[in-house]
Write a protein that binds this ligand. Structure first.
Ligand SMILES: *Cc1c(COP(=O)(O)O)cnc(C)c1O
Length: 389
């Protein structure tokens, strides 16, 4: 066991690295051999832990990593990750030298970005670049062929820029109606025809498109949510070619248990009133952990059975209804399996009227992450405490 660090609170998130590995392997199995698996680990791997997920994905056959910002890429480099990393978002021209120095691939989508970036690259530096095409997402990317031509000409003249890849991003890959996606794909093909020499890596599919549209694979896919075992949308669930395994779970323990008489109140605003004599348990998780106030009334699992959060959720604590007296230290599962019960990220997303992507992302770094392999803890990350205590 390579246990690192410690935590002194009774709340933690578990990340099942075996699930991530299996998800990567299952997805790779439906991909032709030449298709590179780009593991999307932005936003601390959707809250799962960027380094641990990156290592696991690479071991399972991913060949490239992707993040949103240069800082995220550099953080991975600091942790000793030496696989290729693509920054998907916009980077500043003045930061190209740092990117080149750390072998980080940047996304570019403006001719003037290149002319400005040129001034910041050292004489012997080489920067890997992927050109982003906007085929209908309307976010970042080149929309017209002339600009693509201009960039190709520019890169030909300055050998410090290596145009390694070209990509686009679908806006509706997780929706049942695939008309818009097919239009985007068509526009992408048209723009690709402008390249005299095709870049080495051509990619446009996120998780949803990777799982559904073999015609859009080209030779790379950017997989985020499916790697974490979550389905990109509810409509897509029946279309999944295999089962995905959720990697993220969230747990706590009772820190106080008390019996309240009929008509007593619980939490801020005194909005909850006990009907009969009730056992109430206090759970040390609150909105500052990302367990936000809108989750009032949400069910949690205790002793393998569902029970409810009662009263308002506080910054660091919330209260739940207990079926009977339970000892302090009893496990409370907020997301994930406990015995035969399961609360998925989807259920929490539905309660919050949002998408499952948001759920692990908003569990803050105040919640330590415990990494599991073969049911055993292999690593522990508590961003609050860097030193031994
Ligand atoms: C986040 C992101 C992805 C990953 O999307 P998933 O739906 O999580 O697979 C792929 N490409 C780009 C450009 C992204 O920003």
């Amino acid at each position: 066991m390579m246990e690192q660090g410690y935590f002194y609170r009774d709340t933690w998130a578990e990340v099942d690295l075996d699930a991530i590995k299996e998800n990567v392997q299952s997805i790779k199995r439906i991909l032709p051999n030449e298709v590179q698996f780009i593991a999307v680990v932005k936003a601390n791997a959707y809250g799962h832990g960027a380094v641990q997920v990156a290592q696991t994905a690479l071991q399972a056959g991913a060949t490239y990593l992707a993040v949103a910002f240069l800082d995220e890429a550099l953080a991975l480099r600091e942790q000793g990750i030496d696989a290729p990393i693509l920054v998907l978002g916009a980077s500043r021209p003045r930061d190209v030298s740092v990117a080149a120095q750390h072998h980080v691939t940047l996304t570019a989508f403006r001719t003037d970005w290149f002319t400005e970036a040129q001034q910041f690259l050292e004489k012997n530096q080489v920067l890997n670049v992927h050109v982003k095409i906007d085929t209908g997402m309307g976010r970042i990317g080149i929309r017209d062929k002339e600009e693509v031509k201009a960039i190709c000409d520019f890169v030909k003249k300055d050998s410090r820029f290596f145009l390694e890849g070209v990509f686009t991003h679908f806006a509706t890959a997780d929706e049942l109606d695939d008309n818009y996606l097919r239009g985007q794909h068509q526009r992408f093909l048209e723009i690709l025809s402008v390249f005299k020499e095709k870049p080495k890596l051509i990619h446009c599919s996120n998780s949803a498109a990777t799982l559904r549209f073999p015609f859009a694979l080209f030779n790379g896919v950017r997989v985020g949510i499916a790697m974490y075992g979550l389905t990109p949308s509810r409509e897509m669930e029946p279309l999944l070619p295999f089962e995905l395994k959720e990697a993220f779970s969230l747990h706590s323990q009772l820190v106080h248990v008390k019996k309240l008489q009929k008509g007593e109140k619980v939490s801020y605003g005194a909005t909850y009133e006990t009907g009969e004599k009730e056992w109430i348990g206090t759970v040390p998780i609150g909105y500052a952990d990302g367990w936000i106030r809108r989750l009032q009334g949400q069910e949690v699992i205790v002793e393998g059975k569902r029970t409810k959060i009662v009263g308002r959720i506080c910054m660091d604590q919330c209260m739940i209804n207990l079926p009977h007296a339970l000892p302090v230290g009893t496990k409370v599962t907020l997301i994930g399996k406990q015995q035969d019960e399961n609360i998925s990220c989807n259920e929490i997303a539905q309660k919050l009227e949002t998408i499952n992507y948001e759920i692990p992302c908003i569990i803050s770094n105040r919640v330590p992450r415990v990494y599991m392999r073969s049911g055993k803890m292999v690593e522990l990350q508590n961003p609050l405490l860097h030193n031994d205590h």
